[in-house]
Design a protein around this ligand. Structure first.
Ligand SMILES: [Zn+2]
Length: 486
């Protein structure tokens, strides 16, 4: 009983000691934790481009899971100047770091002109520190430097081709020289873009060729522009000099009978035809929906083309054949004497004897072989620079994808596969995603005047400096500049 007063005192001492020890341990742990030596990580999205244009934006992400992001600074260094783009110090978030910023995401806008920066080289510097107590409380630091080039000037475009005539469904060729490499360049016809190809003339890698096409039903002259976007994103456009020749669509009516639909239906077995619908609806699905789907598949094939001219001379028309249907015929389909559909025929139908051999119209590389819905068994040949020929309704094929073919080489045999009433070859020419009039490509005179002479003139002029280039900031050549952001 006498020991009663001592026991709590001893206990109290023990508790105090424990508290003190815990406090020391806690403090040690805190100091240890706050002295962590892992610097923050910095990532950029998208990666900083080598060339920085008039409006470049990127996102900086700084991460430091241990003590949090202490500071972020983004600057541009150019000939002794330091231009601060961003500075932020979220801080340690209290002594225990409960409010620390483990991840800091900031968008950085870089407008060299607004910042008064000069054209040419510069360094983008990104510095980040965490909230560690290392380096006498300044934290672990990391620094990234990126060599960049400030470029806010649109590229120069010099037209190298004489004024030409273009018609609906026709092909055009633009020849132009650029003043700097442009990852995107080509011809824009209204909203459609036809990519150009450079590197064809070793003496002049900035000389480009671009085939383009006018819609087969264009009623008014479209806006045709040569367009180039440089590495920094500066865009330039210039009007392509062309006369527009009007052309009226030929019209035709095609009666569709139940017997015809029954005859062609087996061709489309296995496809998702509307099952509980009548013959008319089944035909409409084939003629409309499947046609559209096939067009998408064809343009997916033509999206990639060899960056060289693989063909030579005029394109071959299947020998000993009679034309059964022409290009750009607007067909009205009649069912029980009533119009039910309207589609445009975008090739030329050639009939010969049944299962006649089909020669390649020109040299190229086989881009596609296989069934293609309404077109039946089909072959697509890539002739380079976006030019393709297509052979449809074939009964047999004798080539495989990737194979090089010579002009006149037999590709297969005519037939009735797909949506075909009788044995014939449906022959089409495409310029990138557009069906064009094959008559032009069969015509040696047209090819010489509209393609070969232009290329030859460009070849002879290659290597000569672009004398007609606009003065800096000026617009002598008619190049519209700047014209960014469509
Ligand atoms: Zn046809």
């Amino acid at each position: 009983m006498a020991s009663f007063p001592f026991a709590p005192r001893r206990m109290l001492g023990g508790v105090l000691l424990l508290i003190a020890a815990s406090a020391v341990a806690g403090l040690l742990w805190l100091v240890f934790a706050r002295l962590e030596g892992t610097p923050p990580t910095v990532s950029l999205q998208p990666a900083v481009p080598a060339a920085v244009g008039p409006a470049t934006e990127f996102t900086v992400t700084v991460e430091d899971p241990q003590t949090g992001v202490g500071r972020l600074r983004v600057e541009l260094l150019q000939s002794g100047r330091e231009v601060r783009l961003l500075e932020e110090a979220p801080g340690s978030g209290g002594i225990f770091g409960r409010e620390k910023t483990s991840r800091l995401i900031r968008k950085v806008s870089l407008d060299p002109r607004a910042l008064g920066l000069a054209e040419g080289p510069a360094v983008l510097r990104i510095m980040a520190e965490d909230s560690s107590w290392r380096r006498f409380g300044r934290g672990n630091a990391v620094e990234h430097r990126f060599d960049i080039r400030i470029d806010t000037r649109p590229p120069g475009i010099v037209n190298r081709a004489p004024q030409t005539t273009v018609a609906p469904g026709g092909t055009g060729l633009a020849v132009y020289q650029l003043t700097e490499p442009c990852p995107t360049n080509g011809v824009r016809v209204n909203e459609e873009f036809f990519p150009g190809f450079g590197g064809l003339f070793p003496e002049d890698p900035l000389l480009h060729l671009a085939f383009f096409a006018l819609p087969h039903d264009a009623a008014a002259p479209p806006a045709i522009l040569i367009e180039a976007v440089d590495e920094a994103g500066n865009r330039a456009q210039m009007r392509f000099p062309a006369f527009f020749r009007k052309r009226t669509l030929r019209r035709d009516t095609i009666p569709v009978s139940d017997a015809f639909i029954r005859q062609i239906l087996p061709e489309f077995e296995g496809l998702p035809l509307p099952s509980d619908a009548g013959l008319k609806e089944k035909f409409l699905w084939i003629n409309r929906d499947l046609r559209e789907e096939n067009y998408r598949a064809i343009t997916a094939v033509t999206r990639r083309s060899r960056p060289e001219i693989l063909w030579e001379g005029p394109f071959l028309r299947m020998p000993n054949s009679a034309q059964r249907a022409g290009f750009a015929e607007r067909r009205t389909y009649l069912y029980a004497d009533r119009p039910i559909d309207q589609q445009d025929h975008l090739g030329i139908d050639l009939a010969s004897t049944a299962q006649a051999p089909v020669p390649a119209a020109n040299a190229g590389v086989v881009a596609f072989v296989g069934p293609m819905g309404i077109y039946g068994r089909t072959i697509l040949i890539d002739h380079g620079l976006g030019l393709f020929t297509m052979y449809s309704h074939l009964s047999a094929t004798a080539v495989s994808p990737g194979e090089r073919v010579a002009r006149e080489q037999i590709l297969g045999r005519t037939g009735t596969t797909g949506l075909a009433a009788g044995d014939h070859l449906h022959f089409s020419v495409l310029v990138h995603h557009r069906f064009v009039d094959p008559l032009e490509w069969w015509d040696p005179l047209w090819i010489r005047e509209h393609v070969l002479q232009k290329i030859e003139a460009a070849r002879q002029g290659a290597g000569t400096p672009p004398a007609a280039l606009p003065a800096e900031g000026g617009g002598r050549s008619g190049a519209r500049r700047p014209a960014r952001g469509r």
